[in-house]
Design a protein around this ligand. Structure first.
Ligand SMILES: [Zn+2]
Length: 213
């Protein structure tokens, strides 16, 4: 979803930006394929230590109206939207919902960085951890909505695939951004621009990315 939104040039997708320092330490790669210190977008951030917060750096570097933070809001990250709001950001929450069995299946595959490096590392009680993580993330989003912390939109993953036009229109209207480029690329089965996302899905770094509907 972050990729779809960021096809608009006024939106920059940061990926799971909460993992940035760990990614740099582990010498992981940006979605453009480069090591962060060699990346066109993040290279200056790695060299220049005057801005410690990568989100502030991205805001200044890109001058985009929207920055998409796809950090998972499970466990210790559950308060992330609230903390960002407290720091002065105008936060729009898009609550991506997906059926639990699919979430567990995805979690059981392992961490993206491990899969990319061919490492097989199973965690104990993966299904249970995933259930709790999802519960916490859902609770955080519902509290955000119920107590009116800011704009909120729920998007169902399955609907995004099965009723693409409806979901994309809803997201475009919610953010007041034109998503016609994303819509056109998907309908014409063209590759999406992967930008410079941190961490997250290894498929971003595996070649052209398409969104099939
Ligand atoms: Zn990059």
């Amino acid at each position: 979803m972050s990729l779809l939104i960021s096809q608009n040039s006024d939106v920059i997708s940061l990926g799971e930006i909460c993992n940035f320092q760990k990614d740099i330490f582990e010498k992981s790669r940006c979605s453009c394929g480069s090591l962060y210190h060699q990346c066109d977008f993040w290279g200056d951030y790695c060299q220049d230590k005057s801005i410690s917060d990568p989100i502030c750096y991205a805001a200044r570097r890109s001058e985009a109206s929207y920055l998409v933070d796809s950090s998972k809001t499970a466990y210790w990250n559950a308060l992330r939207p609230f903390m960002l709001r407290r720091s002065g950001w105008n936060v729009f929450v898009i609550h991506m919902r997906r059926d639990l069995p699919s979430v567990i299946r995805s979690a059981k595959k392992g961490r993206n960085t491990h899969l990319e490096n061919g490492v097989i590392r199973k965690r104990l009680f993966e299904s249970l951890r995933t259930c709790f993580g999802r519960l916490i993330a859902d609770l955080a989003a519902i509290i955000w909505k119920l107590f009116g912390f800011g704009p909120y939109l729920a998007v169902n993953y399955q609907n995004l695939r099965e009723d693409f036009d409806y979901s994309v229109n809803a997201i475009g209207k919610f953010l007041n951004v034109d998503l016609s480029i994303a819509r056109e690329k998907v309908l014409k089965r063209q590759a999406l621009d992967v930008g410079h996302e941190v961490s997250g899905n290894r498929l971003l770094r595996a070649g052209p990315v398409y969104f099939w509907i």
